[in-house]
Design a binder for this molecule. Structure first.
Ligand code: PHE
Ligand code: NA
Length: 446
């Protein structure tokens, strides 16, 4: 890859591509269960605050490095560092990002595989007429079956790596253009339906009436990690996309549009899911199975439920597909930077991620009790450590690089909003995002 990368054809295509990366399991699967485990509204307040104070400014930092460098993340960082007379060791940040997304993709693919399983089951009408207890038991039986889980994991990863091998800008743009709006519509419909159920009021209270006594340093750290994860910030993944950004486009505007959509999707999913939770007397802190158990119950009660549910899982699958393509991109770009071909790089990454993903698959059966660290099994570890530690650390370093290290003029041009806007961004990153991230990390870890 070199400085003459293919650009996204339009500004809209760039925004859709970044939205495709941002909107995924983080919004529909992770947001509800993490919010459920961390006390509801108080967590939501923290998460939204972190999106505004850290997520957005650091997202701009990350994309602008890629945009100014016009190369793969490692090469952009190295190039801009030497242009500023700084150490070329900054390029290792790109490698750290690649390692982070490697860990994330290993479970992301497994959980996306659950969506494949549920898509097939809902097309077959397997949820029609089932009680909440039966649906829950069916999910547990699926988790306990490593063969079915491995099959879906394999299929999903293959789908991802094929698109990546074929090159990023092509098929993706069209897919995003077509299908993301449909997902929003369907969630809107679902939230609208939830408003007619008995669980709706308690769900709103749970989500929007904060009890600040719930907040501990760990809850704060969970909220910060989730803000990075859901916006896809901190792993140089968006940096890789920044390299394709059109010449004349305001980065802050694009970032704000993406964050608004991303938070919107999470809120709609949260309203729909918690309405079911409270209508059925379920536990909000049910964990990673929350979405997979509640939504089939909700749809089962709607007219044409099987049709809606199938459509939902199809769209969810497409959303996670575009996210996982973005997760794979920085790794493939890194290997390409080392001289491998694109197809070769995609194959090497695909096989390695697949192998590590098997550990997540087995975390629900054979390896459930293997707890290598802090009492967590592999699935717990890969869903926690990369998101809550690696992404914030990566984001912190990216922010330091963009705001303190790289040439100022290059940063200003890449932000694309002129001097006053640039100063505002610089001030926020230097004096809010950087210290706040460092503080939360320290408070959570020490
Ligand atoms: N933002 C994605 C989601 O919410 C996950 C992701 C994280 C994608 C980091 C890319 C990089 O599902
Ligand atoms: Na997201």
């Amino acid at each position: 890859m070199n400085a003459t990368l293919e650009r996204w054809s339009t500004r809209r295509a760039f925004i859709l591509a970044v939205t495709g990366a941002a909107v995924g399991l983080g919004n529909i699967w992770r947001f509800p269960y993490i919010t459920g485990e961390n006390g509801g509204a108080a967590f939501l307040v923290l998460y939204v605050a972190f999106v505004l104070l850290l997520g957005l400014p650091v997202m701009m930092a990350e994309i602008l490095v890629g945009r100014a460098g016009r190369r793969s993340p490692m090469q952009s960082l190295g190039h801009l560092a030497s242009a500023a007379g700084a150490s070329s060791h900054w390029r290792w940040l790109g490698l750290f990002g690649a390692f982070t997304v490697f860990c994330i993709l290993s479970f992301y693919s497994v959980v996306s595989g659950w969506s494949i399983e549920f898509l097939v089951a809902s097309v077959n009408g397997s949820f029609v007429g089932r009680s909440a207890a039966e649906i829950g038991a069916g999910f547990d039986a699926f988790l306990a079956d490593p063969r079915r889980m491995t099959f879906n994991h394999t299929l999903f990863l293959f789908m991802t790596m094929s698109v990546v091998a074929a090159g990023v800008a092509k098929g993706l743009e069209r897919l995003n253009n077509l299908l993301m709006p449909l997902l929003y519509l369907l969630l809107l419909l679902l939230a609208g339906y939830a408003a007619t159920t008995a669980g709706f009021r308690p769900a709103l209270a749970w989500l929007f009436q904060p009890d600040f006594a719930m907040i501990t340093p760990l809850v704060v750290m969970h909220a910060m990690g989730h803000a990075f994860f859901t916006l896809a910030v901190g792993a140089c993944a968006l940096m890789a996309y920044g390299a394709y950004m059109p010449e004349r486009q305001s980065l802050p505007r694009a970032a704000a549009a993406v964050a608004t959509l991303d938070v919107g999707v999470a809120l709609l999913a949260g309203i729909a899911i918690f309405s079911v939770v409270f209508a059925q007397g379920m536990d909000p802190a049910e964990g990673p199975g929350l979405m997979f158990v509640t939504l089939p119950i909700a749809f089962a009660e709607l007219p044409w439920g099987a049709l809606w549910l199938s459509t939902f899982f199809l769209l969810l699958l497409l959303a996670t597909w575009t996210s996982s393509i973005n997760l794979a991109e920085p790794m493939v770009a890194t290997l390409q930077g080392l001289g491998l071909g694109r197809g070769q790089s995609a194959a090497v990454i695909g096989v390695s991620v697949w192998l590590v993903g098997l550990l997540s698959v087995l975390s629900f059966s054979t390896l459930a009790e293997w707890r290598p660290l802090a009492g967590m099994n592999v699935f717990d570890l890969v869903t926690t450590i990369p998101t809550e530690i690696f992404l914030p650390v990566g984001g912190l370093l990216i922010a330091i690089f963009a705001a303190w290290v790289m040439p100022r003029a290059a940063a200003r041009d890449a932000l694309g909003v002129g001097e006053p806007g640039f100063r505002l961004w610089l001030g926020v990153v230097r004096w809010v995002s950087i210290p706040l991230t460092a503080l939360v990390l320290a408070a959570g870890l020490l």
